[in-house]
Design a protein around this ligand. Structure first.
Ligand SMILES: Cc1cc2nc3c(=O)[nH]c(=O)nc-3n(C[C@H](O)[C@H](O)[C@H](O)COP(=O)(O)O)c2cc1C
Length: 213
């Protein structure tokens, strides 16, 4: 089993990092021999897409097999390969201004590619990747989900649409909210309860027998 573990917080110690680490730890208790690969977008941001990539995606040649080896799409190929090799993806991300941080958006811009991960059909975009579970640990200073939400949420609908259009439909959100108002003891309690709530979905991974250890 391969787990792709992605973090987006620029902080070395952070709520979303601790929560994503707790999810990975839980998966490892289920499959101790699983391999974890890391992509730390927070500490080592990938560059935003540039002119060469935009030009490559604007030409029909980019849709061909040869187009996949063009220099401009190599960073995209590398990042898509990391997703393709993963049986499960765990993402830790802060909410920044109601949505994902720009480091995550830069990654999404490399992963979502017509002709490679998205098939553009008259009926709309169809995902080309095989579905696999994605666990998204979200840390937010305030509250955006549930009865006490007092701000808009452009994060979870956006990720659901972005991942859905490449074929990843099994997205599970673990929101650790109000980080501006809680101490570490309360945060630890919330982490434990969020991870235990997601356990049935994790068990489902094994039941579906997609995951082999
Ligand atoms: C630039 C920036 C924008 C933020 N925007 C929001 C926001 O829209 N909603 C919110 O609840 N918290 C917001 N926050 C607070 C963070 O979500 C919160 O501090 C979170 O715990 C950060 O994640 P981390 O602990 O993993 O670093 C923002 C923080 C920063 C630095």
């Amino acid at each position: 089993m391969n787990i792709l573990h992605i973090d987006c917080s620029p902080r070395r110690e952070s709520h979303s990092r601790r929560l994503s680490a707790a999810i990975v730890e839980k998966l490892l208790t289920m499959v101790p021999e699983a391999h974890v690969s890391r992509r730390d977008l927070g500490r080592e941001p990938i560059p935003h897409t540039g002119a060469a990539y935009a030009a490559a995606l604007a030409t029909p040649a980019s849709l061909s097999a040869a187009g996949r080896t063009a220099d401009a799409v190599l960073p995209s190929e590398k990042l898509i390969g990391e997703v393709e090799r993963a049986d499960a993806i765990v993402i830790g991300t802060p909410m920044n201004n109601f949505t994902v941080p720009s480091v995550m958006k830069a990654w999404i811009d490399q992963i979502l590619r017509v002709g490679r991960t998205i098939d553009s059909t008259p009926a709309g975009k169809v995902g080309m990747l095989e579905d696999r579970p994605v666990f998204v640990a979200i840390a937010s200073g305030g509250v955006f989900m549930g009865d006490r939400a007092n701000q808009p949420d452009f994060l979870t609908p956006y990720l659901t649409a972005a991942f859905g259009c490449i074929g990843l439909r099994s997205v599970h959100y673990l929101p650790l909210q109000a980080t501006a108002f809680i101490d570490e003891a309360r945060a630890a309690e919330l982490r434990r309860s969020l991870v235990s709530a997601i356990q049935p979905e994790m068990a489902g991974l094994f039941a579906a027998q997609r995951i082999t250890s």
